[in-house]
Design a protein around this ligand. Sequence first.
Ligand code: ATP
Ligand code: MG
Length: 774
Amino acid sequence: KQAALKRVFARMNDRQREAVLQTDGPVLILAGAGSGKTTVLVNRVANLVRFGRAASTEGVPSWLTEENIAYLRDFAAGSQTDEERLAEIISEDRPKPWNILAITFTNKAAGELKERLAAMLGDSANDVMAATFHSACVRILRREIEPLGYGKSFTIYDTDDSLRVVKDAMKSLNVDDRTFPPKSVLSVIGRAKDELLGPEQLAEGSNGDYRMGVIAKIYRSYQNTLKSANAVDFDDIILLTVRLFQQYPDVLEHYQNRYKYIMVDEYQDTNHAQYQLVSLLAGRHKNLCVVGDDDQSIYKFRGATIENILSFENQFPGAKVIRLEQNYRCTQRILDAANAVIAHNTERKGKTLWTQNDSGEQVQLYRAADEQGEARFIVDTVLKNVENGAKYKDHAVLYRMNAQSNMIERAFVKAGVPYKIIGGLRFFERKEIRDMVAYLSVINNPSDSVRLKRIINEPKRGIGDSTVAAAEQISAQLGIPLFEVIANAESYAAMQKKTKPLGEFVQMILELQKTAEDEPLSTLLDEVMSRTGYHLYLLAQGFEGQTRLENIEELKSTMVKFEEENEDGDLSQFLEEVALYTDMDRTDLDDDTVLMMTMHSAKGLEFPYVFLAGAEEGIFPGRMSMNSPSEIEEERRLAYVGITRAKKRLYLTTAAQRLLFGQTTRNRLSRFVGEIPKELLDVEDATVVQHRVSAYPQQESRAIRTGGLSSVEATQPVAAKIDLKPGDLVAHKVFGEGMVLSVTPMANDLLVEAAFERGGTKKLMANFAKLKKL
Ligand code: ATP
Ligand code: MG
């Protein structure tokens, strides 16, 4: 019979099968990256739903005949669909799909789990509760929250909202926000909630510490405000569910009986509150299976504690511990690199992963002269792989900080490569960037009424919707642009009350037009920021505003680049380049796109080709972690996560000098790269020989134009540049042949619109995208 079961789960190795068939009691699966932890979890759910305890290690029941097992096997292979016969065979206490709760860390992972279950189980997969901690708890609270004093239709506050409440609380308590930065206060409150501490307990635990005492007071006021607004914050969602279960045993019992089988993926990243939640829910039936990897714990800064995994056997007596050691994901070389890096951590249990996969190619380290060369390499490599049969979606670009994505996006846009950013907006979709582009567009062309409406009262300057509506009406009736109507507001009765703010606005735009004529774009942007009040508006938003300001600094980097590339590039040409980005929006409908995300959001995922961008000291590991050995270890675990996302090929990229947040820095090579044995690395150094791709003289002139860095004269060989006119036939590596529809000279290159045989009409930079004239 065991042999028959083995055939049912033929694709699994012995240990994995053991984990799948261990249906009852506490189980801990502790194993390294790519060893099939998530795969086991999916198969466990499928096994429970299909066969229940009929297929379990101890429980092959005596009534299960060889014939029955053969039938089960055929069913597992999808060749039998006789539900009646099946019902006869399998045990009666088979759990229903809705008795199973499978928790994962991100929405993307939960989505993938559901997909894989649907592939194995069909429709009944819909009834399995596969969710993140937060979404599972929100569901429970929506039904049960009332005894805790909230209404069922409570609002969920995001960080922005929460920060505003903290600030109000501080104001009413007369707490100075320089001694107590609101962002830090909010994060202390958040950590307290992770520990299940209320304001009183936080105060008690502070041992008379003055600062903690003050924060506890803010916490209390914050919590009261939330409650009276019938709102919860992100951390409350878990905390309140735990409280509910602790205080209302009948409610707990209901959910214990509902979720008879509980599984948690990425258990190493759970915090104390999440641990409590799981313990309570599993407290009755004890069918709890957690899977995790202590080497992949990367959320300590959010209160996650590896303790949960290390002490599982004590917390759940009789737990079965299963270790998986075979990696099925990566090539031997990628795995060797990952093992070598993580071996430098001291705080670990220690384990080695092996694989039967091919040794694969070396890990490629590409050292570019600057961030633009880095982006260029990534784009070229993607295009080369696609030409050789890979899909765009086989590629993931991972980075440490969101801001790194900008220059890489820009290169993808110019080369016509479709991409998507996971867990974040694409650069030009962000509100503050759209606002700035709208200002610039209005300065460039005041008749752009759509953009004008976007920013006329952003930030607020007393020009309300009704004024704008009245002006629009006049504009429609008289057939003149909106801007002209407001510029002559005093001539129209309906506008008379608002002539002052309207007049000031118009005056401001006219003066900024002057700036646009006389000054470089980056100066213009600074002026727009200060003259419009946008800078102050963002400063007033605290933490969120800070991120937005950084994004605007990145917009400035884009402008500096543009001006270097384009000697006499002006505002209107810059806006045309920006229009390239908007053009990309249309190709986004396509699912075959390169994926860009932070290393944190890549946890649990895998891709054939992975780029780790910015492998430099100060970026990865980040500057903030440099002083603390334990934070360096956390960064190293993140490196381990990043490296082990790659199935076939791993690329590490660096820039000798990097423009980030509007500033140029030079960073040394990341220590993590140094920890990879030399023989695993294939190093390409493009910091010295910059002219590998000769069509891009912009790289060299840049040092001079940004000033101060170096006065080295550009030694760029003259590039063989493509010259095109409408009607020409061209060829693109990926889109095939196409006919040129329009050509606009821009940035030492040509902005070309062409209709291609594959992919339809696209806008590209002709030289950057390596178009060939036919
Ligand atoms: P991570 O630690 O990154 O979350 P993991 O341990 O959850 O990784 P999985 O994502 O489950 O690993 O599996 C990694 C890859 O190995 C997947 O592509 C999966 O299909 C494959 N795999 C798992 N087990 C086997 C097996 N027994 N035979 C063949 N392939 C397998
Ligand atoms: Mg996994």
